[in-house]
Design a protein around this ligand. Sequence first.
Ligand code: AMP
Ligand code: ZN
Length: 475
Amino acid sequence: MILKIYNTPSRRVEEFTPIEPGGVRMYGCGPTVYTYAHIGNLRAYVCQDILRRALGFFGYRVTYVMNVTDVGHLTGDDDSGDDKMIVSAREKKKTVWEIAEHYTDAFFADVDKLNIARPDTVCKATDHIPEMIALVKRLEDQGFTYVAGGNVYFDISKFPRYGDFAGLKLDDLKAGARIEKDPNKRNPLDFVLWFTSSKFGEQAMMWDSPWGRGYPGWHLECSAMSMKYLGEQFDIHAGGIDHVPVHHTNEIAQSEAATGKKWVNYWFHNEFLVMADGKMSKSSGTFTTLSRLEAAGYDPLDYRYFLLGAHYRTQLQFSETALAGAQAGRRGLVDRISGIVRRAEHSQTAEAGDEAGAYLTAFTEHIANDLNTSRCLADLWALVKDEDVPPREALGCIERMDSILGLGLLEQARAADAADSDGTLSSDVEQLIRERNDARRRRDFARADSIRDELLGRGIQLEDGPEGTRWKKLS
Ligand code: AMP
Ligand code: ZN
């Protein structure tokens, strides 16, 4: 089976073929670290993680590189607004470097809690200023730049396919109402490669360059670092959908202008997580960070489960009700799987069949079809509900499925099973005991007996006495 993914520039789901057989080189735009990542940002990294795991599932060796934008003002294209790093440093009475380190650590703590596998390389913008300067130099040598008002600009008129990637109608944009704040630009869509003159008088992070002391434009870091670690041509570049018209468009322009080659083959973009009242921003609402979800009693993996319920290319509305639903769903799944773990422990029969095969095939088809995770969850549920699948075989299949879903299911089911061994019952066992009692009241002894046998298979013996039904765990 071949993995198919949607490719933004062609606007089609395409079969994935890497540049080098067997290996995939992938870059994801990482976090800006002047404050905590919000749960919308984290959706981007969960989606990239699913893609990366799916590539591994299909047998590819993946090299995944992610940047950290630790240059404070680089959250937009122009020289307006506040330097977010300085504002944050002032508020917290720390240096900008301490701020960046603190929020980088916080980001990767969230990444770990969400079972997002760490990138192979994490590269900080501030560690790659020489590479960025070299890229600007290369563009300058080939005539793609101009200097105005002390800044170096990329001249989009020298790169005719500038608007192709995002389907931008350049003439409309030029003629449109967009008011250009920067009078140095020849075209409103030209963008800064290097600033020496900024409204940020007290800029904390500055470096020497051939154009004077200053700092890089926002887009430069991703081109310079991805090419350093992955080569001038690589397979996949990922990021949120908001990056299509500006950030990724500019990354492509400066990378392909510099090398004269096609830069990236597949562009992977996740849709946004939104709040009921609209867009999510770093300052809105109560449930904006993972820590806040945890403080409200949710496991970070409840949030991951919630995300898996939607396709990565559909906008997803966050609500606490939906998150509570995901929590119940994930817990139910773990309960069922811990039942299977117990049945496997007590199963005497050697299993040689392939009862789970059909479930794994369906799951594989669904993930291969542009990462349809909600269908994959449904396949997993169908498997865990099918009591005809021998337990050890089911566990093997669950492990394969969870290598993509990343919910830590077997680990948690085994932990729940161990907790049960010291005198408590999991909720699905309790539910079965209740069902059996109901069956006995209805005088449906066949059903009651079959439940008793099932529980026995899981190592729980029931005894009916005058005070009701008692249970005992068999060791
Ligand atoms: P930032 O730290 O703002 O640069 O964003 C990090 C990543 O999160 C980028 O890939 C953004 O495109 C993505 N992103 C930002 N907001 C959202 C959102 N509400 N939902 C999903 N992805 C988002
Ligand atoms: Zn980027």
